[in-house]
Design a protein around this ligand. Structure first.
Ligand SMILES: [Zn+2]
Length: 511
């Protein structure tokens, strides 16, 4: 049998047939979700037919170009894209994700150790059958590249076909415009290739020197500390503080915190964290809150078990989990409570009257919710510990997720306790999540839907406030968002700034 396969592979296939085979395979194997979206989008039969023809022709054209111009290099690239297609299809089918720029940001923010969390049996089958196998075929099949004349003919014929289909669809412009995001995110491999490049450019922007804000000044000598706890994938629907029928916030409820209705301005970490640290919604990257305050003379401490943060330039004390572990060898570095280790000492040892401590947590990050909290917090059982969340029992999945919220309750309570131990300091704790999380509602899992399409589960976030002096909040605010953090922190630290926006300060101001 193996002998026959080898013989077949050795017999040269001409480039036109080969490109057509690769193109048809790509269209049939990887574009069911796209065709479903087109049909569900109430497209006319002309549009449906045009999509099929376009997909076949464009894939044919690209394969021909890569092969003829790139020879073996072109084939290896096509093979790698095949594996990329297979994995993308797995994610699209399993999590109903769209491969937008934002989603590619999510993918690149996933550490290698976490990526393995997604590799269950299904993923392995996709990888081998739809990825590796066709990839091997593309690399090993003997191809007759033909003459330059034949190559030019193929290219010209393809372009004529594309233009023809385009002309026939002049009247479909409105339909295409309305569905552009969905369609653009389901055409493989162009969705992830193009959106990866766009995301790369976006991240480059976040890593550049930020645009500086006008100088801020500290206006008094009172001792103030704000601890900003940034949550990960926490949705308000599962907090008893927000009316959830399970008691997931026993400690915070007893602490007398205030829970404000809040909506996230992003559905993925990089953008959510950027918004929490920004003075307003802008495309450009302005100086983030920690940098801005550090430059004004505030003592800023940043501790993180997460990633996707903008590059900070002025923060002297930036600590990852292993840095905290190095100072506190007794601490358990598997869970987020290590971030609060020695917090009272940090506050007492502040190098300025004004201090901001940011704890960037990762507790509710999926899909392995059950690994994010110590055993003592496995209160809702049985808790799902499978990585294939879409196949998991939904009740067990929610149990595991609720345990992460119960643990978050403990974590934020621990922060409040540490501040209670610092008598002569006026303290503020703000806990806010970067975005919400889907747990199987409408077959959606995790997060990262484009904001204008995202379900409420991915957008409604907790925004919890505690102050040592019981400072009253404004009564005229109903719903807050990420951008309220910046201005509320400025207010609590008595900092004067030209960019201060009183309408985004959650605290009542005495006249
Ligand atoms: Zn996140």
């Amino acid at each position: 049998m193996w002998q026959r396969v080898r013989e077949r592979l050795r017999r040269p296939m001409n480039i036109t047939w080969f490109s057509l085979v690769v193109s048809l395979f790509t269209v049939v194997a990887f574009h069911a979700p796209l065709m479903r979206a087109v049909v569900e989008g109430d497209a006319s039969w002309l549009i449906v037919a045009s999509f099929v023809v376009l997909l076949v022709v464009v894939n044919f054209l690209v394969t021909t170009l890569f092969l003829y111009l790139g020879r073996m290099v072109g084939r290896v690239v096509m093979a790698i894209l095949m594996i990329g297609n297979a994995m993308s299809l797995y994610f699209i089918n399993t999590y109903e994700v769209l491969l937008t720029r934002q989603m590619m940001g999510n993918v690149f923010n996933t550490r290698y150790s976490e990526a393995s969390a997604y590799m269950g049996l299904d993923a392995t089958l996709y990888f081998l059958l739809l990825g590796v196998l066709p990839a091997l075929y593309i690399v090993l099949r003997k191809v007759d590249y033909g003459t330059l004349r034949r190559f030019v003919l193929s290219v010209v014929a393809s372009i004529v076909a594309v233009v023809g289909v385009g002309a026939a669809n002049m009247n479909s412009v409105l339909w295409i415009d309305r569905h552009a995001t969905t369609i653009g995110s389901l055409v493989l491999p162009w969705s992830y290739v193009v959106n990866s490049i766009r995301q790369y450019n976006h991240v480059q922007m976040l890593n550049r020197e930020p645009i500086l804000l006008p100088d801020a000044t500290i206006t008094d000598e009172e001792r103030d500390v704000v601890v900003l706890v940034i949550g990960e994938s926490a949705r308000s629907a599962n907090f008893s503080l927000y009316g959830y029928d399970r008691d997931t916030n026993p400690l915070l409820a007893a602490d007398g915190v205030t829970a404000l209705r809040a909506r996230a301005s992003a559905t993925y970490t990089t953008e959510g964290v950027k918004a929490i640290l920004s003075h307003k919604r802008v495309e450009e990257y302005y100086e983030a809150l920690p940098d801005y305050l550090a430059r004004a003379g505030v003592d800023v401490v940043w501790r993180t078990s997460n990633w996707g943060e903008p590059t900070l330039h002025n923060v002297a004390r930036y600590e990852r989990v292993q840095d905290v572990k190095a100072q506190h060898s007794e601490a358990d570095d598997r869970y987020d409570e290590i971030l609060a280790c020695g917090l009272s000492d940090i506050v007492r040892g502040a190098t300025s009257a004004k201090q901001l401590v940011v704890l960037h947590t990762s507790t509710s990050h999926g899909p392995e919710y059950d690994k994010r909290y110590p055993k003592a917090f496995r209160r809702f059982v049985p808790a799902c510990n499978s990585v294939e969340v879409s196949k998991a029992d939904r009740g067990e999945l929610i149990n595991a997720y609720d345990n992460t919220i119960l643990y978050t309750d403990y974590l934020v309570h621990t922060v409040i306790e540490a501040l209670r131990a610092c008598d002569d300091v006026r303290a503020t704790v703000i806990y806010v999540s970067d975005h919400g999380e889907s747990l199987g509602e409408d077959n959606l899992y995790m997060h990262g839907m484009p904001l204008d399409m995202a379900p409420s589960e991915q957008v409604d976030i907790p925004f919890v406030v505690w102050t040592s002096d019981g400072a009253p909040l404004r009564e005229d605010i109903t719903t807050v968002g990420h951008f309220h953090v910046f201005h509320s922190v400025l207010h609590r630290l008595s900092i004067d700034s030209p960019v201060y926006d009183a309408s985004r300060n959650i605290f009542a101001v005495e006249e």
